[in-house]
Design a protein. Structure first.
Length: 155
């Protein structure tokens, strides 16, 4: 499949929302495909990250599924079912659940999280191939400015 090349004038007239949406879907699709090849899902990794004291833990305590959903609300996709993902992690022995419904990462789960995390640099390299850091930084600055222009404060 041949990629259409646009002139600078044509690119300047393109709708940013269209292209950021297309880019988001392509990149998320790539990452999830890579993760599936390793036998896990992005939401499973997120759960482990939120429960690990080495990543995003909230005060080093366990979390309920609703608390996890709340913590991930800005990046969960509609098809992500954290209750089902947590059940898979429970079956694998990567998390446990206490009597209050809080999930806790196990040693095996933290080891799996650390191992899964080692793949991220290679995926980043693939996504960034042919894009130098200066262009990447410029792209993010432009997107952040556009967000501010429409009243959204970038995180």
């Amino acid at each position: 499949m041949e990629t259409k090349e646009y002139s600078p004038e044509e690119l300047a007239a393109q709708p940013v929302a269209y292209w950021t949406g297309i880019a988001y879907e392509a990149i998320i699709g790539f990452i999830r495909e890579q993760q599936a090849g390793l036998g896990f899902t992005q939401p499973q990794f997120w759960i482990l990250r939120h429960l690990s004291t080495d990543d995003l833990s909230v005060d080093g305590r366990g979390m309920t599924v609703p608390e996890l959903v709340d913590a991930m609300t800005t990046y969960l996709r509609p098809e992500d079912d954290l209750a089902a993902e947590a059940a898979t992690l429970l079956d694998r022995g990567w998390v446990t659940r206490d009597d209050d419904g809080r999930l806790w990462i196990t040693e095996a789960g933290d080891a799996a999280r650390a191992d899964l995390k080692t793949h991220a640099p290679a995926w980043r390299d693939r996504i960034h191939e042919g894009v130098d850091d200066a262009d990447y930084v410029t792209t993010l600055r432009v997107l952040r400015r556009m967000m501010r222009n429409v009243g959204s404060e970038p995180g």
